[in-house]
Write a protein that binds this ligand. Structure first.
Ligand code: MN
Length: 487
């Protein structure tokens, strides 16, 4: 079933029933127009707020509808905002304040006071906006005529983020094993994650997965191997190792589907009963939009799934990533991002090759993995850290670039990117902010998407981009610490 968005219009009784009929007519027209332009959610006109009761009723209706991902409000006329207080206090859905009009141009020859009273977004939107600000309602304000393409584009972006917030609230994350021993930044407060973002993060013994691996049939395995041969270049004779990963993929699919999990973690320190660390298998799961975090990194795993949901329908690649090593050539610095196996084929710019190589960590058999070069383009690298008294998102604006030279001996998939405003500043800023080595990288999402996600989830955000100055950034970090203490 398609998710929906309710369109609610603000007005009042003062102007009479005829005026309210016009308000309803225009609201339906605008909601229908938005619905015709936006494919992935239904936009449904819900009604007019004319007093406190109608406001509370409509907000409750939106709250109670599990298919509703967001509410769009529009002040057609003036709508005294004291009647919005109770409703806004109750509202739990992401809110878009649409500051638009039924008319694009002023009818200069015809305009009279009736027209003025009917069409007063400029007036009513301010009264309503004050109350949202006074109540500290996290919302997006979009200004412009509803038929203008750039306005529609902004609404679409808001809805992508709202859909991701809704997805987050229902996200189950399976942890096979715990966090990698002694590692700090990947750890976090799972109870707080659930309170704040809705993530239900639970531990499972790897043996539960091993049981499913052992139940994989020859027919399932043959079908999976045929799929691999069609999609990838089989660059190994060790088909036995590839089959092992095929079993893991089948088992993971069953486990995650049965438990309605959208994300998972594993760790090379807890592979009892497995012959290999899942490599190819995890890459395949990530390609399906399943979130993954290595070494028990549940936060990155959840973010990965959420950002894949946000990016649905957009061009570009999104996936789990790790800052690995640098080329420090002065003025031409570049980050090499990869992982010991688990890089999403969503990042592939070349047809992935299935290869089997020794893995120095974990003490298991050489695992099969997909190896490829990465895509290029503008993107973001995002991580979430647990500051003890709050979570912090860090978002770097990056430019994914072509690798300067082939790396024939590197046995893993890789992408490369440049930092902003320059390598030294960008890397130092990330480190001052406490940023992790695990991130979600996306060329489908922008800093603005992450800003909006942070705003709607009331999460602290540090952005590193072309305007970053290290002194100002360190002051900003001090201010954020102070702010968190005051809350
Ligand atoms: Mn790692």
């Amino acid at each position: 079933m398609m998710k929906k968005v309710y369109f609610i219009t603000g007005s009042q009784d003062l102007y009479g029933e005829e005026c309210l009929r016009d308000v309803a007519r225009d609201s339906e027209k605008i909601a229908k127009y938005l619905d015709s332009k936006i494919d992935n959610v239904d936009i449904e006109y819900l009604g007019i707020v004319r007093d406190e009761k109608s406001c509370v009723d409509l907000c409750k209706k939106a709250n109670n509808d599990s298919e509703c991902i967001a509410v769009i409000t529009w002040m057609h006329t003036f709508s005294p905002a004291k009647m919005w207080i109770k409703g806004l206090q109750l509202l739990t859905k992401p809110l878009l304040h649409f500051h638009t009009q039924a008319n694009e141009k002023l009818p200069y020859d015809e305009i009279d006071m009736d027209f003025m009273n009917l069409n007063q977004t400029a007036h009513g939107g301010r009264e309503y906006g004050f109350m949202c600000t006074r109540l500290d309602v996290k919302r997006e304000v979009i200004v412009g005529y509803y038929e203008h393409d750039e306005v529609i584009e902004k609404i679409k972006k808001f809805l992508d983020v709202a859909r991701a917030v809704d997805f987050s609230k229902n996200l189950n994350v399976a942890m096979f094993g715990s966090n990698m021993r002694e590692v700090s930044v990947t750890d976090g407060d799972r109870v707080e994650s659930q309170i704040k973002y809705g993530w239900n993060v639970n531990y499972y013994g790897i043996g539960d997965l091993v049981d499913l691996v052992n139940q994989v049939t020859e027919a399932e395995l043959d079908a999976k191997m045929a799929e691999y041969k069609e999609l990838y270049i089989m660059n190994t004779d060790n088909l036995d190792a590839v089959k092992e990963q095929a079993k893991y993929e089948i088992a993971l699919d069953k486990f995650l589907t049965a438990g309605n999990f959208g994300a998972y973690t594993d760790t090379f320190q807890d592979l009892h009963g497995m012959r290999q660390l899942p490599g190819l298998a995890t890459q395949r799961m990530m390609a399906k939009g399943i979130g993954f975090g290595a070494e028990g990194d549940y936060k990155t795993s959840a973010l990965n799934a959420i950002f894949c949901e946000m990016a649905k329908g957009r061009k570009g690649s999104t996936g789990f990533m790790e800052d690995y090593t640098y080329d420090f050539t002065r003025g031409d610095e570049v980050v090499l991002g990869s992982h010991m196996l688990e890089v999403s084929p969503d990042f592939a710019s070349t047809k992935p090759k299935i290869e089997v190589h020794h893995l120095g960590i974990g003490g298991k058999e050489p695992p099969a993995r997909l190896v490829f070069d990465g895509v290029e383009g503008d993107g973001v690298a995002v991580c979430m850290i647990d500051m003890g008294n709050r979570f912090r998102l860090i978002c770097a604006s990056i430019e994914l670039v072509k690798q300067p030279k082939p790396m024939p001996k590197l046995p893993v998939a890789r992408i490369m990117w440049k930092l902003k405003p320059d390598h030294k500043t960008g890397a130092a800023a990330w480190i001052y902010a406490g940023g992790a080595h695990h991130t979600v990288v996306s060329t489908a999402l922008t800093v603005e998407d992450i800003r909006l996600f942070a705003k709607l989830t009331d999460t602290e955000l540090v952005v590193i981009d072309e305007n970053t100055d290290l002194n100002k950034l360190q002051s900003e970090l001090q201010m954020l610490d102070l702010l968190a203490k005051l809350k």
